[in-house]
Write a protein that binds this ligand. Sequence first.
Ligand code: NAD
Length: 459
Amino acid sequence: MNTIPEILSKQRTFFKSQKTKDVSYRLSLLKILKQEIVSNEQAIYDALKKDFNKPEFETFISEFGLVISELNLVIKNLKKWVKPQRVKASMLTFPSRDYIYKEPYGSVLVIAPWNYPFLLAIEPLIMAIAAGNTVVLKPSELTEHTSKLITSMMQNVFPETVATSVEGGVETATELLAQKWDYIFFTGSVPVGKIVAKAAAKHLTPVTLELGGKSPCIIDDTVDLKLTARRISWGKFLNAGQTCISADYIIVKSSIKDAFIEALKTEIIKRYGETPKESPDLPRIINRKNVLRLADMLEESQIVFGGEIDVDNCYIAPTILNIPDLDSKIMSDEIFGPILPILTYDTEQDIENIIWNYDKPLALYVFSKNNAFIEQTIKKYSFGGGVVNDLLIHFGNHRLPFGGVGASGMGAYHGKTGFNTFSHDKAISKRGNWTDPGVRYAPYKGKFQLLKNMFKYFS
Ligand code: NAD
């Protein structure tokens, strides 16, 4: 087996051969990848089921289906996306024809998390290959079955010189990060994001950091409570709350808090029954360590629904908490589990005091029928992206860039934005030779006013 420096060195040599610049070569790889994924559909469901009891339905809607849509989009549009884009020339460069060339960065490192272990590994891989890069992908060590499957699928599709999966934990990631890459795409937690940024800075390597944080969900008193509770019961407990853009906590108008909690309990029971542990539709927590982390967060909380924990079976029931303190454990870190604290507000100032207590979140949700309140909320707070009157769905539109801001990350992807992320925009001005205006050439005497007029007129 090749060592990490050997893999990288071979990928660099292959990249220099210019083969990945050939769009038909990229397309042929992406088509084989699609075939491989389609023929492994059941194996993908099985792997995620084994890793954390993820239901096939959820694996389809939030991993397999999204990957196939992204592949279809790229296969359909890649020839168009790679064309140098002509932009209007400036009169100051006259005569010229100006273009943006899409250039692959070169050797790309992708590091993936465990919570959507197939989607969040394969989607960046697709876009990096589409843009003409070579890729080393490190899937998460916590989803053993999915990561093994990804490795074997990549072996079936790509020569190692183009793309390969390197499995392993922190030690492997550390060794990967010690190499000099042309681009690093990381999805994971804020603390590890900082480690990645530091390693990248050493070589001035550009990075995309897709991180997490505490994403709020504001509910005012104009909403349809039943519909709101129904949508939140879906978005919060999908993947057992282990979603980077899950609603971390609710801020509800105090006058409707009790009614909202009742409506939410009803919806949770409709989704998962009176004993959610027996529901085939509720995934498990990824491992014991995370169950214990969540159990510790629950200490001193006022549980108004759920709260059952079975450490050995990595189970935590959908749980609702009543008005925790901002300095409680549950409100100090990203929850990343099926626990939903409910906070209340009476005034706009109350909402500010809560949201501005935290770093800029990855997502923000607002449920309301009041357009002025909705627009004000969207404009006032800084966050990666969000939804009005639902959770998560902005992730599903490839025309919307997906990414964080501030501590929730930098850079974005999805759809064409993903292709752009893995491409350097190379600016090219092609100068015409049929004339050569003399104003810029010395001696400058007598030309200064003309130059000033030109700037005034054309810029
Ligand atoms: P994590 O940061 O622990 O791990 C992510 C990856 O980094 C894994 O492949 C892991 O092996 C590697 N890693 C872990 N420690 C490392 C170290 N010291 N040095 C180098 N690499 C290291 O995150 P996770 O637990 O896998 O995922 C959960 C986190 O990811 C949550 O915070 C969640 O919000 C975030 N997340 C963000 C997005 C997004 O799109 N913004 C998507 C999914 C998850």
